[in-house]
Design a protein around this ligand. Structure first.
Ligand code: COA
Length: 389
């Protein structure tokens, strides 16, 4: 058989539909969160993210997203006990994580483990809050277990005396984290827990709308989150800061990247046409957590925003959540390739809230495509087809 290069014909499909990327299309009604991209405002169930960021814990926010109201002390204690009870991995999952090929990316490990876990844990059938709690409890565990195994370290048992965020840090590092680190990561998890109809949440809702199970919808969401235009951008933002390397190199690096058609990671957003409110909070947190890293990142940010405005006038490109996430997570000792998985540790709360909301009032999500291919072609039988040159 002669070797052939396989090239698909995408002719015509490159033409963008009127609403390319479904921009501006309302795909669902939701009572979970709202993004006002013009005002730079994010609310969870009516509460402003600036009010929640430092005054609540991730568990409280998960409760708010799932149940619709902020918990009392007793309600929170019940949720914490449920999360604690689910903080364990089936033995088969440990084997799967141990057998992953060397060099497996953590997002791929998470996707594999959640997919496999869906088969023998109670996350199938009609989506329920109990299933959402079980998966949320297991995310940090899966990632920390994978991270320790890939370093040849002993896998640690979760500690009943530590909360969700402290446990994640403890299981990753083997050290009891300081209160400040826990607070910083908790605020990060709170701010990234939900964001209306982002790409991964939409993906989860599409899968849920087919009456599939919760684990399958979450696996699909993980696949969407890992792309560099979505959650994968925090790793890339850190790589960009590392590549820039010095304050003097920032301007030539940014200009060279933009003039060669590249994108600046951690900048721009489909919804926000002003600074992302989460980026404002994260900027202040990074200022305190890592003053040196902050000063450099701030310099890059100021230059990037000005040069983007010059080279891409009118596009209104500002810092998004991923830019200062990179600085904050680095300062907290989270390895770069765990940035996006840590985003998932937060977003599992939002994904599952949306899956539950979709399932409770479901209609199959099935949009249309504008057909731009050829019409009325004459069929040619195989024996009469000419080889392509
Ligand atoms: N760097 C350089 N140019 C950018 C840019 C960026 N980060 N983000 C958008 N643009 C430019 C595009 O090149 C395009 O320019 P053009 O009009 O000359 O073609 C214009 O702005 C609109 O881009 P488009 O891709 O249509 O915008 P969008 O709303 O679909 O994009 C993102 C949103 C997030 C995908 C985009 O801003 C991006 O790629 N950002 C970098 C990745 C990132 O940080 N993602 C995390 C999002 S939270």
């Amino acid at each position: 058989m002669t070797e052939q290069t396989l090239t698909a014909s995408n002719e015509g499909a490159a033409r963008k539909p009127q609403k390319a990327g479904l921009e501006g299309i309302v795909a669902a009604t939701t009572a979970i969160s709202n993004v006002d991209g013009q005002a730079g405002r994010l609310v969870y169930r009516g509460y402003d993210i600036h009010d929640l960021a430092h005054a609540t814990t991730f568990e409280e926010i998960a409760y708010l997203l799932w149940f619709g109201y902020l918990p009392t002390q007793a309600e929170l204690a019940t949720l914490q006990a449920s999360l604690l009870a689910q903080r364990q991995l089936p033995a088969q999952l440990l084997t799967i994580l141990r057998d992953l090929p060397a060099g497996t990316a953590p997002m791929d490990a998470l996707r594999t483990a959640v997919s496999a876990g869906g088969m023998y844990a109670s996350v199938q059938g009609q989506p329920t809050i109990e299933q959402a709690i079980a998966l949320t409890a297991r995310f940090p565990l899966i990632l920390a277990t994978f991270h320790r195994l890939r370093q040849g370290l002993e896998v640690l048992e979760p500690r009943a005396d530590l909360g969700y965020t402290a446990n994640y840090l403890y299981l990753l590092t083997g050290r009891e984290p300081g209160a400040e680190h826990v607070r910083g990561l908790d605020a990060y998890l709170v701010m990234l827990a939900d964001h209306s109809m982002n790409a991964s949440t939409f993906t989860a809702r599409v899968v849920a709308s087919t009456a599939s199970d919760l684990a399958s919808a979450v696996v699909a969401a993980i696949c969407a989150l890992k792309g560099p235009l979505h959650g994968g951008a925090a790793d890339k933002a850190q790589e960009m800061l590392t590549a820039i390397g010095s304050a003097e190199n920032a301007e030539p690096w940014i200009r060279a990247t933009l003039t060669s058609g590249g994108r600046l990671m951690g900048f721009g957003h489909r919804a926000y046409k002003t600074t992302d409110p989460r980026a404002e909070e994260l900027r202040e947190m990074a200022r305190h957590a890592d003053p040196v890293g902050f000063t450099f990142a701030r310099h890059v940010e100021e230059l990037a925003v000005a040069i983007l405005d010059e080279i891409k006038p009118g596009r209104r490109l500002y810092t998004n959540v991923d830019f200062y996430s990179a600085v904050l997570l680095s300062s907290g000792g989270i390895p770069v390739d765990l940035f996006t998985p840590t985003f998932a540790v937060a977003r599992i709360a939002g994904w599952t809230a949306h899956i539950l909301e979709q399932a409770a009032n479901n209609r199959l999500i099935r949009p249309l495509a504008e057909y731009v291919g050829p019409n009325a072609q004459t069929f040619v039988p195989m024996e009469q087809r000419q080889e392509r040159q």
